[in-house]
Ligand binder design. Structure first.
Ligand SMILES: Nc1ncnc2c1ncn2[C@@H]1O[C@H](COP(=O)(O)OP(=O)(O)OP(=O)(O)O)[C@@H](O)[C@H]1O
Ligand code: SF4
Ligand SMILES: [Mg+2]
Length: 434
């Protein structure tokens, strides 16, 4: 792991207000009925020579964000900025307030706007190792052609010189000349991942986006790949964006960690600080869910991560984690969907719900089949809803078959400082064991 002192002060990647929303299309006419907020208002920096670990559960937007950083997909809003000096980074943050004033700066540095030589420089410099090594390697191509392709496309080498460059790359990842004339299916998972890494290194990049590079592998092979990546970083001064769902994997690799939940950053911190004192309940839950990270080894205290991840097309209001947070308070974003979700868990009552008329995510009328069902909802809510959810209620009235419900509206919980380089998006400064 490189330290902040050793690292160059250039910022290789600055992500600002980045969004990627995918349209959901339905019906024969493919009408757009909503958007999956895969990445939503994400900002962070990756300094040259460092490793940034990006963690979060399946579906939280890690691959989408990795692809945006690697310039393989276009953002819906915001941007990824490439290779900024210290003054340029200050300038970027000064210009963030005004799109018009930033236009010239964007043309020079924003990845999706780069053209000509600037685009080619970025393209060579930034490579990605994909999540599924089997799918990302063409099954009909020999290793010689797979690893040699970037060199051929960029006219770096041809003929015998190309083959020798490929052999060199294979040797750097622990393979050799004997593997040149084999197809991907003739390799183990770990070896295939080595081929993917060799291909990513072919153009001598500065930044490699590693998308779950070791997740599909046995623990011992996983350790070999992590060691290889570590050695390559030391030899070549590489910068990594390391994507994983497993905090324990990046603990010894990453300088900084960004934790994502449903498209948003929930916590960002230097690795040591994050492990010593997580400042977001979601990070704490992720740490508890990694058995080998349960610091006190207390089996009874092991909680794991409970509840399912909400629909990213309709992320929860306030704090997106409030539906699963054990520390949730009355100001964490309780809303009509939380009532409907609880109703779905009570089939006898849910079946008698006829309609939900929403005035806002916090304010709606629920119409039931009968007056009795409407009154049952009210009593069930009063007796069984979590206390902070009941406290957040501003009004609940029954009139015939209709229950009008209004919660206190709460804005999205933003990241706020928790010390040097440490931010968390939680309304609680302290919680649980902190
Ligand atoms: N091309 C696409 N079109 C529509 N939705 C997409 C597309 N790509 C991703 N998504 C959605 O965006 C969300 C984030 O997906 P993404 O693949 O980035 O998650 P992830 O964190 O990498 O998950 P995993 O750990 O399973 O790899 C998911 O809800 C996914 O279904
Ligand atoms: S804001 Fe903090 S306490 Fe509230 S639900 Fe989110 S993580 Fe939990
Ligand atoms: Mg992924």
């Amino acid at each position: 792991m490189t330290t902040a002192v050793e690292a160059d002060t250039r910022t290789l990647i600055a992500v600002r207000g980045l969004k990627k929303h995918f349209p959901i299309k339905e019906g024969a006419l493919q009408r757009v009925t909503g958007h999956v907020q895969a990445v939503d208002e994400v900002s962070f920096d990756i300094e040259k020579g460092q490793t940034l670990g990006l963690v979060g559960e399946s579906g939280c937007g890690k691959t989408t964000l990795g692809r945006l950083v690697a310039g393989l997909s276009e953002p819906t809003a915001g941007g990824v900025y490439f290779d900024l000096g210290p003054q340029e980074k200050i300038e970027l943050d000064r210009l963030m307030a005004s799109d018009a004033e930033r236009a010239e700066f964007d043309d020079e540095h924003r990845v999706d706007l780069l053209k000509g030589d600037a685009w080619r420089r970025f393209r060579r410099n930034t490579q990605m190792v994909f999540q599924d090594s089997f799918a990302s390697l063409n099954p009909r191509q020999l290793v010689k052609d797979i690893v040699g392709r970037p060199l051929r496309v960029h006219r770096e080498a041809s003929g015998t010189a190309l083959v020798e460059r490929v052999v060199e790359l294979l040797e750097q990842v622990g393979l050799g000349r004997q593997h040149l004339y084999r197809y991907p299916h003739q390799f183990s998972g770990g070896q295939r991942q080595r081929i993917s890494i060799a291909r990513a290194l072919a153009l001598d990049p500065g930044l490699v986006v590693l998308d779950e590079p070791s997740s599909a592998l046995d623990v011992s092979v996983q350790a070999q790949i992590l060691n290889l990546l570590h050695d390559l970083q030391a030899d070549r001064g590489l910068t990594y964006l390391f994507i994983t769902h497993d905090l324990s994997v990046v603990r010894h690799m990453a300088d900084q960690i960004v934790v994502m939940y449903l498209g948003r950053v929930s916590e960002r911190a230097p690795t040591d600080d994050l492990f010593a004192a997580p400042r977001h309940p979601y990070t704490e839950a992720l740490l508890r869910a990694s058995p080998d990270l349960d610091a006190d080894g207390d089996e009874d205290g092991f909680q794991g991560l409970e509840g399912s991840v909400p629909d990213p097309a309709r992320p929860p209001q306030g704090c997106r984690f409030h539906t699963r947070c054990v520390y949730a308070t009355r100001v964490c974003g309780w809303e009509i969907d939380d009532v409907v979700l609880r109703l779905e868990e009570t089939p006898g009552l849910f079946d008698r719900l006829e309609d939900v008329e929403r005035r806002s995510p916090f304010d709606a009328e629920l119409r039931f089949e009968s007056e009795q069902a409407a009154r049952t909802l009210v009593s069930t809510f009063q007796n069984e809803a979590p206390e902070p959810m009941r406290d957040a209620l501003e009004d609940m009235t029954v009139e015939g078959r209709t229950v009008a419900i209004r919660f206190n509206p709460v804005p999205e919980v933003e990241l706020t400082s928790r010390g040097t380089d440490h931010e968390a998006a939680c309304v609680l400064e302290d919680f649980g064991s902190n």
